[in-house]
Design a protein around this ligand. Structure first.
Ligand code: MFK
Length: 548
């Protein structure tokens, strides 16, 4: 009989993820773990089901129907099965509400993001509107409008699927998604004094959300970010029809995340509520950005983990050149190199999630708050890039099958390409790191040093790299162009130092239980190098780019 290769099989994402299990063990006490277990197991079960379904059924994509048969404008969006299951799973297993529960040690975000990590790869990016809804909770809380908070938060954090509201984040316009200070959508008061929005939003994920936070410029307010307001809108009328003044023009034809209905919309008098004075909209939406960037990080980790799990399983099943792939030294080395990078990224991503909970609970001191502010964009930018690299390499580890659609593997790479782009590109986030590092990298360096387990020999190269980063910043700060040009290198260096530090803590904790694997991952990660600062050749950009 002709040879038929077995495809990779997905093991239970909770029971067979040693990195996650060790982290759960190190973070929560036994009773907390027992309380979490039911949700995490159910989300892992769902991941298995969704994976099998995706392989067996034709891929679904959202469909926009603009007009009904009788000529009425309806803008109806038909969603995929996974998306239709999203609200029930979210509310039942606490994808949103668990992040706001009080916890004596501020671990509510850690518990929430463990759920996100298990759900994401199965969710067909239903996690995108969840991220934005979570961000809207933060922005509304920071805005302090008690009426609006009482109106919206019980829905955002509902445990009842029928009561759940999702929120969009309407920032990006035709002028772009990075320099949002140029936003053109206008806010005007109507005769009754009510704000109404006019103009086009060019990229609105989660268009099916019942609400959104929108940046808009009050008429006559002038240019720039300070002259933008932040507005809360409700998208639906009580009977479920769209509000007057909101039209879905088309769904975006994206490289990946194709089950996610991202839309272009036209606003023609949509009623809106200003969050406080309609000024400083970017400052007001910033709390949302930091939350969605944390989701981005955890979702990037989840995608990496899924790709590594499949490539790892494939290496056990695939025989070539007289033996299993996993026994081929070079293939094993390639997988181990990726796994070490992933394990370091996991330590950083979950470290940021945990820190977020401590900050929000008022348990973090000023140095930790400052560290969290910088670590959030660092984690997002590094994990976003790493997800593309790792998913690409995992496809290659499956050979030609990795390039064939109905193995389900190519989608991993297409989807991963979104992580470095949305919620701030790598370069925009590197510049945000400069913004957050006001006094340079030295305070973050000091905070990281304090996290190291005592007398750990791996600390020395990390500390030396942090010193090098601080020296580079001292020199580069004299010349803004140099500082900006090197911002990505600085950010990647700091991200790797932070990841090494947090992985060292995980390794120490695992070591007390006789588990030497995280320590081995740390050594391998350090071997890949920490330093990514630009060298002197970077000053020759203009010469390199010059054309005849
Ligand atoms: C599954 C996963 C999840 C996620 C899915 C989401 C899909 C959504 C798709 C999209 O919408 S993609 C488009 C996403 N766009 C962005 O994320 C925006 C990217 N651009 C930036 O982040 C720019 O850095 C920024 C718009 C913030 C720059 O604007 P400005 O006006 O040049 O910034 P400026 O003047 O430096 O900052 C304005 C204020 O905000 C300052 O405060 P003050 O007014 O008090 O001085 C800043 O300190 C503050 N700020 C900016 N970024 C902040 C921040 N504060 C805290 N945290 C931050 N990250």
């Amino acid at each position: 009989m002709a040879f038929i290769q077995q495809g990779p099989r997905l093991a239970h994402p909770l029971h067979h993820d040693r990195v996650l299990r060790a982290w759960l063990h190190a973070t929560f006490d036994a009773s907390e773990r027992a309380a979490l277990e039911a949700d995490l197991t159910a989300l892992g079960d769902y991941a298995l089901l969704a994976h099998a379904r995706a392989l067996e059924t034709p891929r679904e994509e959202p469909v926009l129907t603009t007009w009904d048969a009788w000529g009425r404008r309806v803008d109806r969006i038909a969603l995929s099965t996974t998306w239709r299951e999203g609200a029930a799973l979210t509310t039942r297993h606490g994808l949103l509400w668990s992040g706001q529960e009080a916890h004596a040690r501020g671990l509510q975000r850690a518990a929430q993001f463990a759920r996100v990590y298990l759900y994401h790869a199965a969710s067909a990016f239903y996690t995108c509107p969840l991220a934005m809804t979570d961000g809207a909770v933060a922005a509304l809380k920071a805005g302090g409008d008690s009426g609006l908070i009482a109106h919206a938060l019980p829905h955002f954090l509902s445990r009842d699927a029928d009561a759940l509201w999702l929120s969009g984040q309407w920032m990006t316009e035709t002028v772009g998604g990075s320099d949002v200070a140029r936003s053109e959508v206008e806010a005007r008061r109507d005769d009754a004094g009510r704000w109404r929005l006019y103009g086009r939003k060019w990229f609105t994920s989660a268009i099916v959300g019942e609400t959104a936070l929108a940046l808009a410029r009050p008429a006559g307010a002038g240019n720039g970010a300070h002259a933008l307001g932040l507005f809360f809108v409700e998208t639906r009328q009580p009977d479920g029809a769209w509000q007057d003044g909101l039209r879905i023009q088309r769904l975006k034809d994206k490289l990946g995340t194709r089950e996610l209905p991202t839309a272009e919309i036209e606003l023609d008098g949509l009623a809106a509520t200003a969050l406080g004075e309609p000024r400083h909209g970017v400052r007001k939406i910033a709390p949302m950005l930091n939350i969605t960037r944390t989701w981005n990080t955890l979702c990037a980790l989840a995608s990496m983990r899924r790709a590594l799990a499949l490539a790892g399983d494939y290496a056990l099943r695939r025989e070539a050149f007289g033996g299993a792939l996993i026994d081929k030294p070079l293939h094993r080395d390639t997988l181990a190199a990726m796994a070490a990078e992933f394990e370091a990224a996991f330590a950083l991503g979950f470290g940021v999630a945990r820190l977020l909970g401590e900050v929000e609970s008022g348990l973090a001191d000023a140095d930790s708050v400052a560290a969290w502010r910088v670590l959030t964009p660092l984690a997002k930018l590094w994990t976003g890039k790493l997800a593309v690299r790792i998913t690409s390499e995992c496809l290659e580890a499956c050979g030609g099958a990795g390039y064939i659609e109905d193995t389900g593997l190519p989608q991993l790479l297409r989807d991963a390409q979104v992580y470095p782009i949305w919620e701030g590109t790598t370069n925009v986030l590197a510049l945000d790191v400069l913004r957050a590092l006001e006094d340079g990298p030295a305070p973050l360096g000091a905070w990281l040093r304090a996290q190291w387990p005592v007398q750990n020999p791996d600390a020395a190269p990390v500390h030396a790299t942090l010193d090098a980063a601080a020296r580079w910043w001292q020199q580069a700060r004299q010349e803004r162009t140099r500082l900006e040009a090197g911002a990505r290198g600085l950010a990647l260096t700091l991200a790797r130092c932070a990841a090494a530090t947090l992985l060292a803590r995980a390794a120490q904790s695992a070591g007390t239980h006789g588990d030497a694997r995280p320590a081995a991952a740390l050594r391998r990660f350090m071997e890949h190098g920490l330093l990514r600062l630009p060298g002197s050749a970077a000053d020759e950009c203009a010469a390199i780019l010059a054309q005849d």
